[in-house]
Every structure is written in structure tokens, then in C-alpha cells.
Design a protein around this ligand. Structure first.
Ligand code: ZN
Length: 239
């Protein structure tokens, strides 16, 4: 997206000051790490990416939209979709297996950051985000979408019921049976939800790494680490 002047980044777990299970670039508060470390990590990330302090919300696996302007703050409102129309405003969502999505319509000057876990995906959170962007002048065929690292279908074991819910939410089968276990493809579900809304196939960029089985490991993974882990941050800002 850089060639369009929009900046978007997906952090991994390296380069921060947190220790132990949160080592080292944990961007999630209230997950067991100290707020001082999280604050320092956020400053590091903003400085290294040359982006302003981002707006953040209380993420609750829903489809609420928060329209953001001015200096980035940590909002107390529940929202899994952040939208901005002003240049220099940065938006961020925190994840550790859920799918982070950034969306932009350059011509209309509208950006969004979306937190899409399986519950949000079941409610078509990217479709709701797209509708909200369109209410601000965006047009689906002009949207560029980028998906960050999430738990991929190699590792996302789900119940048959969850696989069905996800498949119904996007109109295609996103569950694969392997060794008697169903694995779901979150990114595929979100991609089809965007395609159904008129986003062009070629304008959806999908990051390959799986948070769960990334080597080193490169990412925090809620499932792999049994809940005791940090959060990655996904940020986007208009030029
Ligand atoms: Zn995997």
C-alpha cells in the first residue's frame, strides 16, 4: 500500500521491552504484562514505523463502529471496527490469532482497521466495516484490503458447528476435515465476505504466516500459549 501513500503495518513479537510470555513487543494492555512496558512498546512501534499514536478501542468480537479523529487515544467504547477520514490519523487493532484487516479507499480518503476473530467473522464484521466506509464516501471497487497474520487453516481446529457458522457467513465452505478434525480458514471467509460486497479479488492482499505455528515463534498466539501471551498491533493511517 505504500505506493499509494497509505501506511499500514502488522507488528510481530520482536523488538520490545516486555519479558516472559510477553516477550517482547506486547501491545496489549490487561493481558498480564505491565502497562509501562506496553506503553513503551507502543512508542517504539510508532517511532520505528514513523506513524502517529493510534486510536484503539475495547475489542469485544462484535461489529460496532468507532469513527476516530484527532490525536490517537485509547477509547473506552466497545468497537471492533475503527474508521477515519482525516489524514494523519492512525487506527489500530490488537490480535493474537484473530484476523486483523485494514481497508482503504484512497480516492475517498477513508481507512478502516478491523478485528475479525471467528465471532466477528460470523457477524460479517468486514462487510459491516465496508458499509460504514461507504457511508463516508468510499466505493467497494476502489477498496484495497490487506489481511495480517492470524491463525491459519493449518492450526485453526474448530467444531463442526463453528465451521458451519463461518461457511454460512460467507457463502463458501471454509472448513477442511483432516484426521477427523475440522480446520477453518478465517482469511478465506473474510475474503469472500469482501468479494460479496464488491471488493475486487486483485485488491485483497493476504499475509501468509500463521500466528500459531510461526517459527521462533514470530508471533503471539492465544491458542498456542493457552491464553497467557501478548498481542500484535495492526496499524493504518492516511497520508
Ligand atoms: Zn499454523
Amino acid at each position: 500500500m505504500a505506493k499509494y501513500g497509505v501506511k499500514a503495518i502488522f507488528s510481530d513479537r520482536h523488538g520490545g521491552v516486555s519479558e516472559g510470555a510477553y516477550s517482547s513487543l506486547n501491545l496489549g494492555e490487561s493481558v498480564g504484562d505491565t502497562n509501562e512496558c506496553v506503553a513503551q512498546n507502543l512508542i517504539r512501534l510508532c517511532q520505528s514505523s514513523d506513524m502517529p499514536m493510534p486510536h484503539q478501542s475495547q475489542q469485544v468480537h462484535g461489529v460496532q463502529v468507532l469513527y476516530c479523529q484527532g490525536d490517537g487515544v485509547r477509547h473506552s467504547e466497545n468497537a471492533d471496527i475503527l474508521i477515519a477520514t482525516n489524514s494523519g490519523v492512525a487506527l489500530a487493532v490488537r490480535t493474537a490469532d484473530c484476523l486483523p484487516v485494514v481497508l482503504v479507499d484512497i480516492e475517498a480518503g477513508v481507512v478502516a482497521a478491523v478485528h475479525a476473530g471467528w465471532r466477528g467473522t460470523a457477524q460479517n464484521v468486514v462487510g459491516v466495516a465496508l458499509d460504514a466506509m461507504c457511508s463516508k464516501g468510499a466505493y467497494p471497487a476502489h477498496i484495497l484490503a490487506s489481511f495480517g497474520p492470524c491463525i491459519a487453516n493449518c492450526c485453526f481446529a474448530v467444531s463442526a458447528e463453528v465451521a458451519d457458522i463461518l461457511s454460512q457467513s460467507c457463502g463458501v465452505d471454509v472448513g477442511v476435515m483432516q484426521g477427523g478434525q475440522v480446520f477453518a480458514d478465517l482469511a478465506k471467509a473474510n475474503r469472500h465476505q469482501l468479494l460479496a460486497r464488491g471488493v475486487k479479488h486483485a485488491c485483497i492482499e493476504i499475509s501468509q504466516p500463521c500466528t500459531y505455528c510461526s517459527v521462533q515463534p514470530r508471533y503471539f498466539s492465544y491458542r498456542r500459549d493457552c491464553g497467557k501471551t501478548g498481542r500484535q498491533l495492526t496499524m493504518i493511517s492516511l497520508p
